[in-house]
Design a protein around this ligand. Structure first.
Ligand SMILES: Nc1ccn([C@@H]2O[C@H](COP(=O)(O)OP(=O)(O)OP(=O)(O)O)[C@@H](O)[C@H]2O)c(=O)n1
Ligand SMILES: C[C@](O)(CO)[C@H](O)COP(=O)(O)O
Length: 234
């Protein structure tokens, strides 16, 4: 059974507000995208890494991916993260349904080997696997500026990536999702949960280091993680 890691780098980094997409910003002297590709390229159970890049930046992404033996292809993403995942699924159309596929945010350059191991181990028996960490903040639902609901914090997790699937499962979920004019999603497990409600989404532990570089302050933290405690030391 083959394992493909899809590194989603199709965003433009609006919240970061930099001149280039945030995945091209260097931390510890290397582009964030290179660190994310490397995490999967070096994993012994990953066979192939597919990079999905923002339009207009494919040659740069191809140059970054080139040294990694498993990063065979760089394709163009879509206008949303969901559209970029859909583009990856189209690019994997010739892969058998029992392929294991891991979708990872390029913006999470510090994913560690143990997290990938946990996702792959769960995929031995499950068709959809998420990575989550507890919230240290109280999370509330707000409507019209006032609190509408306060779910008990111990029932809540913050999702990270990679999110892992059997290819046939995520394919089916996306087929249904893309036919829904009301489609709104922020991750791939959400799409499986909504469109294939009978498929359990197993949750495994993530890591606080696996931050998603989103806002300018995250670059300061990422620079620290990359230089003081680099991924290869994990
Ligand atoms: N059209 C998109 C949008 C996002 N992503 C990827 O999905 C991951 C998580 O998205 P996010 O952190 O929101 O990145 P951006 O969309 O670039 O950021 P912003 O929302 O601030 O514009 C990132 O690695 C991003 O490159 C993608 O592949 N295609
Ligand atoms: C997939 C994700 O990283 C899980 O936390 C998150 O939903 C991505 O959201 P974004 O708005 O595309 O950064």
């Amino acid at each position: 059974m083959r394992t493909v890691a899809v590194v989603l780098a199709g965003g433009v980094g609006q919240r970061m507000g930099a001149a280039t997409p945030k995945q091209l910003i260097e931390v510890g002297g290397r582009p964030i995208l290179a660190l994310s590709i490397e995490a999967f390229d070096r994993h012994p159970d990953v066979d192939e890494v597919l990079v999905v890049m923002a339009a207009g930046h494919l040659p740069t992404a191809a140059a970054i991916a080139e040294p990694f033996g498993k990063a065979s292809r760089v394709i163009e993403g879509g206008d949303t993260r969901t559209a970029s995942t859909a583009a990856a699924l189209r690019a994997l159309a010739d892969h058998p349904g029992d392929t294991r596929v891991l979708f990872h945010d390029a913006a999470r350059p510090f994913v560690d080997r143990a997290t990938i191991d946990r996702v792959l181990a769960a995929l031995e028996t499950e068709a959809a696997v998420a990575v989550g960490v507890p919230s240290s903040d109280t999370i509330v639902e707000v409507a019209g500026g006032v609190v509408a609901a306060m779910p008990p914090r111990e029932t809540l997790l913050r999702f990270q990536t990679p999110q892992g699937f059997r290819l046939d499962t995520v394919r089916k979920a996306y087929e249904l999702a893309l036919a829904d004019p009301g489609l709104r999603a922020t991750d791939d497990c959400g799409i499986v949960h909504r469109y294939l409600p009978d498929v359990p989404v197993r949750v495994v532990a993530g890591s606080e280091r696996n931050l998603k570089v989103t806002h300018p302050l995250d670059i300061v933290i990422a620079e620290h993680l990359a230089t003081e405690n680099p991924p290869e030391a994990q």
